[in-house]
Design a protein around this ligand. Structure first.
Ligand code: AP5
Length: 215
């Protein structure tokens, strides 16, 4: 069983690595940001509530996220493992995850912490484009699609996320520093945190993660 948590600032490469792990190991990536964006697009009550926080680069309140994840982690595809991307993001969320794991008789196998300097994060966020249909992630200069503006995987028109502007990105990184960074110590104390320098490039990070997963 592989229960993996990806931790890191906005733009550190969590979504990029989650997609590679899913591809290589067949375990689903559960990304709270993606689930929230789907809810915003569908205009659900959760989406309507979450939208203003997301567009300001603030965290959506813990109670909404914990309820959402309790449901999602009980779905069938999560029975044989999962990659958590973007959850937990606060100590309260981490404690809720611990409770969920205790009830289901399991624990996290790995916490992979991706690091990069702030200027690198900002440049990645500014250049990111995503496919709204299949979720593929691109970068305008580093990982552009083969045909400009068109997703390699499904052919849809790629877009820029609403929260990927300079001002919101700065705030997201500040929020991360204040509210999510304490989780580094939380998981260090549990002895399951491994740190990877994501400024080295996504293939190198992927190879290092593969080494750990294969051990
Ligand atoms: P979310 O969607 O989770 O966004 P995030 O944490 O800000 O993370 P990002 O998606 O920006 O970055 P990433 O680390 O996945 O980087 P990526 O792989 O795309 O959350 C959005 C919002 O939802 C939050 O602000 C909040 O409002 C709300 N939310 C979500 N979860 C929540 C929770 N638990 N509690 C409360 N609120 C919550 O890579 C970035 C770019 O860099 C890409 O273009 C990629 O191609 C490129 N790249 C990636 N890796 C490398 C590399 N190693 N070298 C070079 N380029 C790279």
């Amino acid at each position: 069983m592989n229960r993996i948590l990806l931790l890191g600032a906005p733009g550190s490469g969590k979504g990029t690595q989650a997609a590679k792990i899913t591809q290589n190991y067949g375990i689903p990536a559960i990304a709270t940001g993606d689930i929230l964006r789907e809810n915003v697009a569908a205009g659900t009550p959760l989406g309507l509530e979450a939208k203003r926080y997301m567009e300001a680069g603030e965290l959506v309140p813990d109670d909404l996220i914990i309820a959402l994840m309790n449901d999602r982690m009980h779905e069938d595809d999560a029975k044989n493992g999962y990659i958590l991307d973007g959850f937990p993001r606060t100590i309260a969320q981490a404690e809720a995850l611990d409770e969920f794991l205790a009830k289901s008789g399991g624990e996290l196998d790995h916490v992979f912490y991706l690091t990069a300097p702030k200027d690198v994060l900002i440049a990645r966020i500014a250049g990111r484009r995503v496919c709204p249909q299949c979720g593929a992630i691109y970068h305008m200069t580093r990982f552009p699609p083969k045909t400009p503006g068109v997703c390699d995987v499904c052919g849809a028109a790629i877009i820029q996320r609403k929260d990927d502007n300079a001002e919101t990105a700065e705030n997201r990184i500040d929020v991360y520093e204040r509210q999510t960074k304490p989780l580094i110590e939380y998981y260090e104390k549990k002895g399951i945190l491994m740190t990877f320098d994501s400024a080295l490039g996504s293939e190198i990070v992927q190879a290092k993660i593969d080494e750990v997963m294969a051990a």
